[in-house]
Write a new protein. Structure first.
Length: 146
């Protein structure tokens, strides 16, 4: 039980870091950014990337090794939907991450941000909002095929 509580706590901390960094990226992104903004956005994106990895690792640990039996989650269609949404979140972050990393050391005074970067960040927020609903329903056994 203690191990479950510890991993659950770290899972939540990673989720808060993920959500916070995604919100900051969405607030900070503009059609054009300066060098300092590019550097800061790249740092925030590193935090986002690390947090998405930690959410995955802690979540995987909770699913397969700690807490309820893995069958409780493995055969739940809503849990599988949650995993698909999480994978979508990770995939949608690839292009903005490449853009931020490429421009973090730019010498240009003004860097034009492609509209698709802003769009992908906004879509990620929408995807992120759906995941807790699926997690809540899954935890209550809704969607289970057992």
């Amino acid at each position: 039980m203690l191990l479950y509580t510890i991993f659950r706590y770290f899972h939540y901390l990673a989720i808060f870091a993920l959500a916070g960094s995604l919100f900051v990226e969405n607030i900070a992104i503009k059609p054009t950014i300066n060098r300092e903004d590019a550097k800061n956005l790249a740092r925030i994106d590193i935090a986002y990337t690390i947090s998405i990895g930690l959410v995955f690792l802690f979540g995987l640990t909770l699913w397969l090794w700690v807490g309820r039996p893995s069958a409780f989650y493995s055969y739940n269609i809503l849990f599988l939907g949650k995993l698909a949404m999480f994978a979508t979140l990770a995939l949608l972050s690839i292009y903005p991450t490449i853009f931020f990393r490429k421009n973090r050391k730019s010498n240009e005074k003004e860097i034009r941000v492609p509209r698709v970067v802003s769009l992908l960040l906004r879509i990620q927020l929408g995807v992120l909002i759906t995941i807790p609903v699926l997690a809540f329903l899954t935890a209550r056994g809704i969607g289970a095929n057992i």
